[in-house]
Write a protein that binds this ligand. Structure first.
Ligand code: SF4
Ligand code: ZN
Length: 328
């Protein structure tokens, strides 16, 4: 005998939210995910009326779910939305997701702009993987470094004042652990979700899905009929992030809600660190931890090569390009 939904008490439940013990029907589950995202947006004042929001959409479940939620649920705020997509130049993989994004955007009536690594940096991921010294830089840290810059440039070119990314709660907890184990304490403070203005156009970076479990975003995409790419990137490295992901998932199975507890603790730690960063001392940025560099230092230094914001003398993009061309 199927369980009834605990919220509406009408429909059969399709999901047991382990950490709260709630049984939810499809409609109430979808509504609850959208509500959580809206609550996060409002809690951290992520989007204001008449903002122009560039939504980073890769073709994966998180980013497409984010676009769908922002498009359908922000009545009253009515931000202008534009989907921005980066083509890394990974043959046989990225082509499929570019099509998924294009079709989804045209279906929901959102403009989609695409930019490629080749156009911006003169090199595709396929080529970079051929020539990189693998002991100096991993595929995902190289790709992530270029992608963040590409998203910044593309957002600026569209006149957006906000960039929204599909990072979820699992990503947020994993990033904390990566920074913790790398001894990168200062960076933990930078992850506090108070929108930070930076760059020439005063762009803010926001993560409206940061309080939603990854597994709930998969279900959300399935139950709202969002087509998403499931194939894995051929260059995906087995980084420390994967190890933390597996470990946290195992813990969550035994202790439902442990990721959410961790998220709440991390938020408090990040807030304290953000408020008093001077007590922490300097940190070292190495090529192995570039992939966590998704927020900008508040020192607002400029890269000596490209003159963009950087936490070091030379920004991570220019250093990566140097490694690829000169080997150092
Ligand atoms: Fe880039 Fe790594 Fe993602 Fe592949 S898995 S698209 S290399 S970040
Ligand atoms: Zn630079």
């Amino acid at each position: 005998m199927p369980k009834l939904c605990n919220k509406c008490s009408k429909n059969d439940a399709i999901y047991l939210r382990q950490y709260s013990g709630e049984f939810l029907c499809k409609k109430c589950f979808v509504k609850s995910v959208e509500y959580k995202a809206k609550r996060t947006i409002s809690k951290f004042s992520m989007i204001k009326h008449a903002d122009r929001v560039a939504v980073a959409v890769s073709g994966g479940k998180d980013s497409l779910a984010l676009l769908n939620i922002l498009k359908n649920t922000l009545r009253g705020i009515d931000p202008e939305l534009i989907a921005i997509t980066v083509d890394e130049g990974i043959q046989g993989y990225r082509d499929e997701s570019l099509n998924i994004v294009k079709n989804f955007c045209s279906m929901i009536g959102v403009e989609n702009k695409v930019v490629s690594f080749s156009d911006l940096f003169g090199i595709s991921m396929d080529k970079a993987m051929e020539i990189r010294p693998s002991e100096k830089i991993s595929s995902c840290s190289m790709c992530g470094t270029f992608r963040r810059r590409a998203l910044d440039l593309l957002s600026e070119s569209t006149g957006a004042n906000v960039i929204a990314t599909g990072h979820n709660l699992d990503d947020y907890v994993q990033t904390f652990l990566i920074n913790l184990f790398a001894g990168d304490v200062e960076r933990i403070g930078w992850t506090y979700p108070d929108p930070v203005e930076y760059g020439t156009g005063g762009l803010k970076k926001i993560k409206p899905l940061m309080e939603i479990y990854e597994k709930e975003l998969v279900l959300y995409a399935i139950h709202t009929n969002i087509p998403f790419q499931t194939e894995e990137c051929p260059y995906k490295d087995e980084s420390i992030r994967s190890a933390f992901r597996v470990h946290l998932n195992n813990l969550e199975k035994i202790h439902p809600g442990i990721k959410y507890n961790a998220y709440n603790s991390i938020l408090k730690i990040a807030k304290r660190l953000k408020e008093s960063p001077t007590n922490i001392g300097n940190t070292t940025l190495t090529t192995t931890n570039l992939s966590t560099d998704n927020v900008i230092s508040q020192e607002h230094r400029k890269c000596e090569v490209c003159n963009r914001d950087s936490s070091n003398k030379i920004c991570s993009v220019c250093r990566t390009l140097n490694i690829l061309t000169e080997g150092n």
